[in-house]
Ligand binder design. Structure first.
Ligand SMILES: Cc1cc2nc3c(=O)[nH]c(=O)nc-3n(C[C@H](O)[C@H](O)[C@H](O)COP(=O)(O)OP(=O)(O)OC[C@H]3O[C@@H](n4cnc5c(N)ncnc54)[C@H](O)[C@@H]3O)c2cc1C
Length: 644
């Protein structure tokens, strides 16, 4: 099957404008005849729901938290990119496009990425108009800082709380529409399945997380804005509740899952301290603007640091290895995340790791404090420093932070075309839930940009084309597909509740996470991946025999909720391993040890692997089928990435 990405013809810079003109419109008086379902109220979902309601559509919005503003997007710290070029430092739409394509190791679609860069400038205007308090310079202009993978400053920020402030903006816009009656908001409600009729998405089945009620909802289209699946690794920087269930259930109803193995491992997280942990904490990439990453030059010094015979401040300049500055003089500490992560791992593998466990490197602010003063550093990063102190009881103003890579973001997701439509007509995927714009490695501060681009500026145009083509005829909720899907959901809940084994769902999740991190994490081999496949498959079989799920359906039941999500992670984990095994090349966040340059960098194989790998579900316990969408580079020539 060939996948049609529906990329418009013509010059790169004109594609989106021409496409918008060519898309069918729904006339204003007809919009109120359409019902749209938006699942998720993070940046992608809240912006989409608010914009579509503002246009006049009737929207039903869903989230599993008790308020839309508690979506995981609120955790985003560092910033949001936009090609405004306020700094006059050489930025442009084309440069943001180029940096993103290169940063993604030439595994993203040119047309999508160009559009993202193009609308980035509108996002900032929209958010400022909503009152988002971006940091400003003395003269009043919005301030910018740098993020990895670029040599310009284009990241807009609100201290270390950019996600929270952006979400408050989108949430206000959403609330305005809730108040006007154009959005009906369902909180504490979890999507458990998608209803399709004649191959088109026409509704969803949900569970009320307070009283267990199973409900069906119909709509002319369904938008999944349900975030990423990094928690398949158990430990990640994602919110504990983030999960793959919505995307996975859509996948099992026919939506292709693209590039599942592309995982972003973020270099600056607080290192793991032990098995008791259920979550990891990110130290924002913005810290690499001023913090210098280093490890001791010798294993002997590292050992002395680990056993506290030496403190970091005692290590002389000449005994330190600022390895990113040494290896990548042009980008220094601001190399992209995949590169920084792999280099930190190299230090640890070489016996030069620090901290009690030896699994960490330093992020040091001593020079920045000397240069700028403590007050300035605190004004920029104060809340991040406080967070670090509260978690580690170590003061980053007087000693370097200990950092190590951790799972942070998933570039893979539901396959979508240029219109953000999955291959199931009427089913759309936005934000981190789709695979669209970041290739094999996302650049910092680009997820917020993509989520808001999708919600505010892309879907309001593209969905009209589909809606105009199907017409406003109401969806027939008496169609047997609704009852059938509802029954599938209740059967599955009963099956989960019947699990009365001895092992908690959390234990399965943690074991899965260990397997994924060990064999499908920062470095992968065919041998390790093959082993992982067997281990996950056995773990999944054991789950359905020996897991313990307590309580009943008609109550608040975290055990049941988690069981459903972990069961999906167990299936997704296998697909990720299949995908990683199939992709016998290194690219971005997918590093196959068999495929590296002499200098240890990711070595792509463009001749064979310049495609998006989209997987089709073929039934329980059946191998999935791979479909390939070829990536054609008309404007940028793929080359070996270099940040030297
Ligand atoms: C600690 C941290 C810091 C980050 N900092 C930055 C940054 O500085 N800049 C940047 O660009 N990116 C950053 N990111 C990445 C960025 O935050 C996310 O990629 C982005 O916020 C995802 O937004 P989203 O709208 O796609 O999904 P989310 O914000 O994850 O929202 C998902 C929504 O879907 C709902 N949902 C999910 N499943 C279901 C279901 N089955 N039923 C009903 N509802 C469901 C949830 O309730 C929620 O409302 C950071 C990520 C982390 C983890």
């Amino acid at each position: 099957m060939s996948l049609d990405a529906k990329i418009p013809q013509g010059p790169l810079a004109e594609k989106w404008s021409k496409h918008k003109f060519n898309l069918k419109l729904v006339n204003p008086a007809n919009k109120r005849k359409y019902d749209l379902i938006v699942v998720g109220t993070g940046l992608a979902g809240a912006s989409a729901a608010a914009s579509l309601a503002e246009l006049g559509y009737n929207v039903k919005a869903f989230c599993f938290q008790d308020s839309p503003r508690r979506a995981h997007s609120i955790a985003a710290q560092g910033g949001i990119n936009a090609a405004k070029n306020y700094q006059n430092d050489g930025d442009s739409v084309y440069r943001l496009f180029y940096d993103t394509i290169k940063g993604g190791d030439y595994r993203a679609r040119e047309a999508n990425v160009y559009r993202l860069a193009e609308v980035s400038v509108n996002i900032i205007d929209q958010c400022v108009a909503q009152g988002v308090p971006f940091a400003r310079e003395y003269g009043g202009l919005l301030d910018n800082r740098s993020f990895g993978g670029s040599q310009v400053s284009r990241t807009f920020y609100a201290r270390g709380q950019t996600g929270q402030q952006l979400l408050l903006g989108a949430y206000s816009a959403l609330n305005r529409q809730i108040h006007k009656g154009k959005v009906k908001m369902y909180t504490r409600t979890e999507l458990l399945d998608i209803v399709t009729i004649d191959g088109h998405a026409k509704g969803i089945v949900t569970r009320n997380l307070v009283n267990g009620q199973i409900e069906t909802h119909s709509g002319h289209a369904v938008l999944l804005c349900t975030g990423g699946y990094g928690n398949v690794f158990y430990l990640s920087t994602n919110a504990i509740g983030s999960n793959v269930t919505a995307a996975w259930r859509a996948h099992k109803r026919g939506a292709f899952f693209a590039n599942p193995c592309y995982t972003q491992i973020h270099p600056t997280c607080i290192p793991v301290t032990g098995d008791h942990q259920s979550k990891l904490t990110l130290m924002s990439e913005s810290l690499r603007n001023d913090g210098r990453v280093w490890a001791p030059k010798t294993q002997e010094t590292a050992e002395k640091l680990r056993t506290k015979q030496l403190s970091a401040a005692d290590v002389k300049e000449e005994d330190r290895d600022y390895f990113l500055e040494r290896k990548y003089p042009s980008f220094g500490n601001l190399v992209p995340r995949d590169v920084a992560s792999r280099n930190a791992k190299e230090m640890v593998d070489d016996g030069r790791g620090v901290g009690g466990s030896g699994i960490a490197v330093f992020l040091d602010f001593a020079d920045a404090i000397k240069r700028l003063g403590k007050e300035t550093v605190s004004a920029k990063y104060g809340n991040l420093f406080d967070m670090y102190y509260q978690i580690t009881n170590e003061d980053p103003y007087t000693q370097p932070m200990r950092i190590y890579p951790a799972v942070h973001y998933t570039m893979g997701g539901l396959w979508v075309d240029y219109n953000l439509s999955t291959n199931v007509p009427g089913l759309y995927a936005l934000g981190e839930c789709n695979f669209s714009d970041h290739g094999a490695n996302r650049l910092g501060a680009s997820a917020l940009m993509q989520g808001l681009a999708d919600g505010y500026f892309v879907i309001p145009y593209t969905i009209g084309d589909y809606l105009a083509s199907i017409g406003p005829k109401p969806v027939d909720t008496n169609h047997p597909a609704f009852e059938k899907t509802r029954k599938d959901v209740t059967d599955r809940i009963e099956k989960l509740l019947a699990l009365k084994g001895t092992k908690t769902v959390n234990e399965y999740h943690r074991e899965l996470g260990h397997i994924m991190w060990e064999y499908c994490g920062m470095a992968r081999t065919a041998e390790g991946l093959t082993k992982a496949k067997g281990l996950i498959s056995a773990l999944r079989a054991d789950f359905w025999k020996n897991a313990l799920v307590v309580g009943a359906n008609d109550e608040v039941n975290n055990s049941l909720e988690r069981a459903g999500r972990v069961a999906d992670f167990l299936e997704l984990g296998e697909l990720m391993v299949d995908d990683a095994l199939m992709r016998n090349e290194s690219c971005g966040g997918h590093f196959r040890l068999e495929s590296q340059t002499d200098e240890g960098e990711a070595l792509r194989n463009d001749e064979v692997f310049s495609f998006v790998g989209a997987w089709q579900y073929k039934g329980d316990n059946q191998p999935e089928e791979l479909h390939k969408e070829a990536l054609n580079f008309e404007f940028v020539h793929p080359s070996q990435r270099s940040y030297k």
